[in-house]
Write a new protein. Sequence first.
Length: 188
Amino acid sequence: MVILELYQGDYQKDLVAFDSLEEGKAFVSQIPGYTLENEDGFEVEYVNPKHLPDYMEIVFNGNIVPLSRLSFEPEENVDIIWKEISNLSVKNDKVIEGATKVDAYVINNDEVKVYVEAREANFHKAKAFLESKGYEVDRSFFGSEDGEAILYRKRDTEDWHFLCHLEPMFVEIEDVEGYVKEAMEDIQ
């Protein structure tokens, strides 16, 4: 299932939902001013609101969808965003489609459990190693643009040092102790 979102500046509107993207594209192709472009290998879809009438109706499968140029700023295109969403009314014995935000990163739903477990395991390995060498460890910057990070300092000192962000590349590290040693050498 996909949701059609209209997006322009601060305005976001989940307009309608479709069982398939193909149905959704058949619907949006009826909107005056609809454009589909290919930019750097990605499809970009938008509507130029100058082409919309004051009021119109699009009839799709018997549903009447009202649209108006008066809903949008005239000088800026209205982006068409397709959001996949799982229909929980349909029986399915697998992880739902889509992705989940984990701190500052978006992870495919079928990988979230393994990602979170590996992230936390690698953090605990780095923390245990640092503490065994006489350091205090802190987690900071959760929710920042680059995500949560590991900070460390020698016990009984005031200055904290940045080690690394808990990002997808950190999750893939197999030799955490070696990584921490190398990162600390680069810093000192």
